[in-house]
Write a protein that binds this ligand. Structure first.
Ligand code: ADP
Length: 370
């Protein structure tokens, strides 16, 4: 099969890496000729946000998919009209691309997500009570485009663009569940993972599997994952980011219609990884089992502050001496503060051992410049 991917970042790279064990051809569209996928795929230089570029790229493919959601979905719709298979479909991509449509989708499909109000740019009409979270309708990623409005003083900082204003959740835990559906309608979820964020960079820091949650919480999540995938009306692999609040209730924060950082530990931690599962989804094969092998965790290798330029990974040799520890680098030559350059997966026999290992590894490695 000719599989076309919009976006040539690390998610695409790890997908291709996994899927190369099957007999397919991988094509990538990305503006950057030095992107993570360029050297391991048939690479086309172009803009995945440009209608013509996407249409031209997709025409002769058996299936077109995405590894980033900020793509030209109108072109994907046109490809669908021309008979090209698009996974996930253009409709669900359009919904997820816009926070307002995404929130309405949760509301319409009775998927619990924090109460919200839509702001079209005029401050006076706002009724939501403090504190609340403002989320730009489009253009946000990795914590950018999200801000907390806690006090009346903060009102001054309110962005004037179209956005969602949503209730602040009193978060106990941030969780994630990855759910996949193939065209035959088969559905499988991955075990729930738990995230610990770096307060400074707002990027995912450690991701742990399985999450330490009660059976009751697990049930809430199972229901939400099913409700989401049935309502989405599309084959695909989706990462649903969740909040567990201090009263034990689960809320959907947002969903990514693609492979996700919160699933990276599945590469060695589960019977099959999110990348294998995604391959099965895209090619409509039977879905893979997702059982976890004991405890697994991941830490992102993120560019250090004040280091911009040719990358050097300090301490990696020490890390490679450790048992059940797996290094994944993304083929990016240049580091920048906060840039995701790679990750390290770790397996352990207990949650305590896992945390100890992750904290130790974090103290060993630094992503700096040469
Ligand atoms: P992004 O997609 O840019 O990462 P998110 O919507 O995931 O943005 O928000 C980033 C972080 O902000 C979340 O991981 C969470 O810690 C916090 N956050 C977002 N929405 C809420 C909310 N309604 N209540 C409390 N915290 C929130």
């Amino acid at each position: 099969m000719k599989i076309g991917i919009l976006g040539g970042g690390q998610l695409g790279r790890m997908f291709i890496q996994e899927a190369l064990k099957y007999d397919d051809e991988f094509y990538v569209l990305d503006p950057n000729p030095e992107c993570s996928c360029a050297n391991i795929s048939h690479y086309t230089r172009g803009d995945f946000n440009n209608y013509d570029d996407v249409l031209e790229f997709g025409r002769d493919k058996d299936v077109v998919t995405i590894e980033i959601e900020h793509v030209n979905a109108d072109a994907l719709e046109e490809l669908e009209n021309l008979g090209v298979k698009v996974v996930p479909n253009s409709n669900i991509i359009k919904i997820i691309q816009q926070k307002i449509l995404q929130k309405k989708f949760y509301e319409e499909n009775r998927i619990p997500s924090p109460e919200f109000e839509i702001m079209d740019g005029s401050e006076e009409e706002i009724k939501i009570q403090l504190p609340f979270v403002q989320k730009l309708n489009t253009g946000g990623y990795d914590g950018k485009g999200v801000q907390l409005i806690r006090t009346t003083q903060d009102w001054r900082n309110l962005w004037t663009q179209e956005s969602v204003l949503e209730d602040l959740v009193d978060i106990d835990k941030e969780l994630s569940v990855i759910v996949a559906k193939n065209e035959n309608g088969e559905i499988k979820t991955f075990p729930v993972t738990e995230m610990v964020a770096d307060p400074k960079l707002n990027l995912l820091d450690f991701n742990i599997c399985p999450a330490d949650v009660s059976e009751e919480t697990q049930n809430q999540i199972d229901i939400i994952a099913k409700q989401f995938i049935n309502s989405a009306d599309s084959a695909g692999l989706f990462a649903i980011e969740l909040f567990l609040d201090k009263n034990g209730k689960i809320w959907v924060n947002e969903t990514a219609p693609r492979l996700h950082n919160s699933g990276h530990q599945s590469q060695e931690g589960n019977a099959n990884s999110q990348f294998e599962q995604f391959y099965r989804v895209v090619t409509n094969l039977p879905l893979a089992d997702t059982d976890a092998f004991g405890f697994s965790g991941m830490l992102n290798l993120v560019g250090e502050e004040n280091h911009s330029g040719k990358v050097k990974y300090e301490g990696l040799e020490e890390v490679l001496k450790l048992p059940k520890t797996y290094v994944h680098l993304y083929g990016k030559t240049e580091t920048k503060p906060g840039r995701k350059m790679g990750h390290i997966n770790v397996l352990a026999d207990s949650r305590e051992e896992l945390m100890e290992k992750l904290v130790y590894i974090k103290s060993l490695v630094k992503v700096i410049t040469n």
